[in-house]
Design a protein. Structure first.
Length: 109
């Protein structure tokens, strides 16, 4: 039995244009890295593993490197290439996240 489920992080209103943001809980039955790679490649059918439209937030830069490596290995198993996801940490500049997800920027003066 899988503990995986998804929760939307934003409420969509009719007529609004916004990026789809979903938080995914992968479960506890296997190591997180294994579950993450399986989740990210679950619908992969094309020649290239294209994750360029994904934004993944990890705790450290090292965690980002540890995620990219098994994605490359998975692609090499199929003799394919990878367009990697954008991987950021909470310490990265918030403007990068806002620009990538196309969320509105609100400034108070």
């Amino acid at each position: 039995m899988s503990d995986q489920f998804e929760l939307p992080l934003v409420e969509h209103r009719p007529g609004e244009q916004s990026a789809e943001v979903t938080r995914t809980f992968l479960g506890w039955d296997r190591p997180l890295l294994t579950l993450a790679v399986k989740h990210l490649t679950r619908n992969w059918t094309a020649r290239t593993l294209d994750l360029g439209h994904q934004l993944i937030i990890v705790s450290t830069k090292q965690a980002g490197h540890r995620l990219r490596s098994p994605l490359a290995l998975r692609a090499s198993e199929r003799d394919a290439g990878v367009l990697p996801p954008a991987v950021v940490t909470p310490a990265d500049r918030i403007t990068t996240i806002l620009l990538f997800t196309k969320l509105p920027l609100v400034l108070e003066v």
